[in-house]
Design a protein around this ligand. Structure first.
Ligand code: SAH
Length: 356
């Protein structure tokens, strides 16, 4: 049966077993599914005609039962430091952004990290975040999450045939845990042997701290990295900058993190954006250290990035280093995250999906 374009599933969002089932139903041999899946996820093809070992008849069947649709690129901006930001137009004209961070220098290091969006906009309304000021439009499908990586692979491989993606961070626009099924599906496909084979430990999912979803994710027992956007060392301050804290305050969030660690046996990374004159004082370092005590957590300190609607400023580097030193003395594993792509508004929390 020929399906109309609207109801045809996006082939990029299908796991191998799902693609197999559809093809078998259409009268194809199961092994074709593996060949086709490889074309889609390993070779990042954008058209049936690029599938060299697939005959005309099978291509015809494919065309009837699924769709393949690259994202429309609206803009590629390249930062002085090599960071690239991609603005995409989706099928329904919504805009999303993806950031590619490249660490040059040591070629033995795994160096390309992709920062993926999971929603159009975001409902979480963190008041320091550009996406948070946009409101929420809709979830992305698994295929749209995968397309961000597959289309960037194609673009980059034209210039650099050996280009690979080594790390994925679900830290673009949106709250990944509010689109958990599409996020998990995309992770499985990115990680699969017939796809990009991105190591599961090289995949980070970041959340503002939704307790029930953290518990659900723990049940998956995936070896991904879970990152929690903490940004404040006490409820009073967290309430002011992250509305989610009113629903899931620290006395609920921290025990959820403990449960996650027990279930998965994995460390958690906490993100703390330093805001000048607000959460960067000595007393805050002390509060933070006691909050995270015993969790064996990693802590990323990020001097906050400003965006046009933000009143927050970043502290000087010396105070960032002093803050970090206080926490290190308390035994915490602290990393100061370097700023990347701020000149093209690709730095943390600057993604707004607007055409500028
Ligand atoms: N919704 C998820 C993931 C998206 S944002 C989450 O909240 O974790 C990815 C990271 O960027 C989060 O840690 C977020 O808090 C942080 N962030 C947002 N705005 C920022 C800003 N202006 N400066 C620095 N980090 C920011």
């Amino acid at each position: 049966m020929v399906k109309t374009k609207e109801i045809k599933p996006d082939i990029r969002g299908l796991q191998l077993d799902e693609l197999k089932a559809l093809l078998v139903e259409a009268g194809e041999k199961p092994f074709r599914a593996t060949q086709i899946f490889r074309w889609v996820h390993e070779s990042a093809v954008q058209d049936w005609h690029e599938m060299k070992n697939i005959g005309e008849q099978t291509r015809h069947i494919l065309n009837n039962i699924v769709k393949i649709e690259p994202l429309k690129i609206r803009q590629e901006r390249i930062s002085k430091d090599g960071t690239r930001k991609y603005l995409w137009e989706l099928n329904d004209a919504n805009l999303i952004e993806t950031v590619l961070l490249s660490h040059s220098g040591d070629i033995t290091r795994n160096r390309n990290t992709l920062c993926l969006s999971t929603q159009v906009g975001c409902a979480m309304a963190c008041n320091f975040c550009a996406t948070g000021t946009m409101g929420f439009s809709r979830n992305l499908g698994a295929g749209e999450i995968l397309s961000q990586a597959l289309d960037i692979l194609r673009i980059r491989q034209k210039e650099d045939p050996g280009f690979k993606i080594h790390n994925l961070v679900y830290m673009g626009m949106g709250e990944p845990l509010l689109n958990l099924s599409a996020v998990l599906k995309s992770i499985r496909i990115f990680n699969s042997n017939e796809g990009q084979k991105i190591g599961i430990r090289r995949i980070t999912v970041s959340t503002c701290g939704l307790v029930p979803q953290i518990d659900i994710l723990a049940e998956e027992k995936l070896d991904i990295v879970l990152a929690i956007s903490l940004h404040a060392p006490n409820n009073e301050m967290r309430d002011m900058i992250m509305p989610v804290n009113k629903q899931y305050p620290l006395e609920k969030l921290i025990p959820a993190c403990q449960r996650y660690i027990e279930k998965t046996n994995r460390r958690i990374t906490f993100e703390y954006a330093l805001i000048k004159g607000m959460n960067d004082k000595e007393e805050h370092a002390q509060q933070l250290a006691s909050l995270l005590q015993g969790l064996h957590a990693n802590l990323n300190l990020i001097p906050i990035n400003s965006h046009p609607n933000s009143k927050y400023k970043r502290p000087e580097l010396v105070s960032v280093k002093y803050f970090s030193g206080l926490l290190k003395k308390k035994g915490l594993n602290v990393v100061i995250r370097e700023e990347k792509g701020s000149d093209i508004e690709a730095a943390c929390g600057q993604l707004a999906g607007k055409e500028r």
